[in-house]
Design a protein around this ligand. Structure first.
Ligand SMILES: NC(=O)c1ccc[n+]([C@@H]2O[C@H](COP(=O)([O-])OP(=O)(O)OC[C@H]3O[C@@H](n4cnc5c(N)ncnc54)[C@H](O)[C@@H]3O)[C@@H](O)[C@H]2O)c1
Ligand SMILES: O=c1ccn([C@@H]2O[C@H](COP(=O)(O)OP(=O)(O)O[C@H]3O[C@H](CO)[C@H](O)[C@H](O)[C@H]3O)[C@@H](O)[C@H]2O)c(=O)[nH]1
Length: 341
């Protein structure tokens, strides 16, 4: 049955892939975004767009006046682990105060279902190779704390107000829509795979690896990369779970395979066939050595199966996007590079 969905942060990287999946699935979509990182060009013509900031309660009242909404997907946040260490005030204001404003506005409008973007960063350095939902939470940075606080707030709102929620702890979102129409375009770009591909393009002079003295197989950090459309498909399944079971649910989303930063660079060399100059720099503050998901719970409870689990296939979709980005800070440089050939 078609539902009316508000997607906060829907113009961003993961949100825009969610918007497309919701439209393909027949749902009606309204996007709320302040466009600090989002892109209008990432949105299809058949969605309504409300420009506003989560930190402005009046903008949220305006958004909910466009409802009623059956559910909210909440992707809007500041997302850089390293930046959160030096600017914690920004992270707590945007990610906690802003999200509380959203919950207030939902309650005022009688909307009681929310799917929340949490993160592997709530776990800190893991005690086991694979991290399942029962693992101890011990964030290493304010970004992770902001997300863990929101998970607690959602649990308390379930108890006090009957809010139904699903928190998804994504491990590392990667890849792009297979058509290449939308993809990852942050400014500044801090994520590993886009930075590697920008180095492969020659848009960046090379890639700096943040530390090679971690206690891992080759000394670089280990991450679990999950295709952005596989994150979106889990979110779609969450609608049914919230209908069936009240309360605050949480799931870890990953492929269960860890790749060192050097492995990821090798995968990019395979896919692009290009030289990727690499230099080793100091560790980045707030980084965990290794984050790999056990997503058995999502597979069982949501009947969720990742469709693009292979790192090379994930990389191929990212490469398709990066070679001809339709928008974002590097679209112009890429155009210049293409025309120079
Ligand atoms: N990218 C990853 O690997 C990853 C991993 C785990 C969790 N997450 C979480 O997933 C969510 C989406 O991540 P993303 O990579 O798509 O980020 P993104 O920056 O591309 O998207 C976030 C969107 O939210 C908007 N936004 C931010 N603050 C806002 C505010 N105060 N009011 C209104 N709009 C605002 C931005 O303009 C942007 O469009 C975030 O909550 C992030 O913490 C991302
Ligand atoms: O230019 C770069 C960029 C990244 N890295 C390294 O690559 C790994 C992955 O870094 P990303 O910035 O791509 O991703 P993170 O693991 O730091 O964080 C991502 O996943 C987290 C969950 O683990 C958060 O949710 C966050 O929003 C999301 O950006 C880390 O070891 C990082 O130090 C580099 O060496 N060079």
């Amino acid at each position: 049955m078609s539902q009316n969905i508000l997607v906060c942060g829907g113009a961003g990287y993961i949100g825009s892939h969610m918007v497309r999946l919701l439209r393909r699935s027949g749902h009606v979509v309204t996007v709320f975004d302040n466009f600090s990182q989002g892109h209008r060009a990432a949105l299809p013509d058949d969605v309504s767009v409300i420009e506003g900031d989560l930190c402005d309660p009046s903008a949220l009242v305006r958004a909910f006046a466009a409802g009623p909404f059956d559910a909210v997907y909440h992707f809007a946040a500041l997302i850089s682990v390293g930046e959160s260490v030096t600017a914690p005030d920004l992270y707590y204001r945007n990610n906690v105060v802003g999200a509380l404003n959203l919950l207030d506005a939902m309650r005022g409008a009688g909307c009681d279902r929310i799917v929340f973007s949490s993160t592997a960063a709530i776990f800190g350095n893991p005690e086991t190779d694979l991290i399942d939902e029962s693992h101890r939470r011990a964030p290493l940075n304010p970004y992770g704390w902001s997300k863990l606080m929101m998970e607690q707030i959602l649990a308390d709102h379930a108890h006090a107000f009957g809010v139904r929620s699903v928190s998804f702890r994504y491990f590392n979102a990667a890849g792009a829509d297979p058509t290449g129409a939308i993809g990852e375009a942050h400014d500044p770009e801090t994520h590993l795979i886009p930075n590697i591909l920008l180095a492969a393009m020659g848009v960046r002079s090379g890639l700096e690896i943040f530390g090679d003295d971690y206690d891992t197989r080759d000394g670089t950090c280990v991450r679990d990369y999950i295709h952005v459309d596989d994150i979106a498909s889990a979110h779609l399944a969450a609608l049914g779970l919230m209908d069936a079971e009240p309360g605050a649910h949480a799931f870890n989303l990953g492929n269960g395979r860890g790749f060192t930063n050097l492995d990821v660079i090798d995968a990019a060399r395979d896919v692009t066939g290009r030289d990727i100059p690499v230099r080793v720099g100091p560790r980045r503050p707030g980084d965990a050595a290794m984050l790999v998901a056990d997503s058995t719970k999502a597979r069982n409870r949501l009947d969720w199966t990742p469709e693009v689990p292979d790192i090379l296939d994930i990389m191929k979709t990212a490469w398709t996007w990066h070679q001809a980005p339709a928008y974002g800070p590097f679209a112009v440089e890429h155009t210049a590079e293409r025309s120079a050939k």
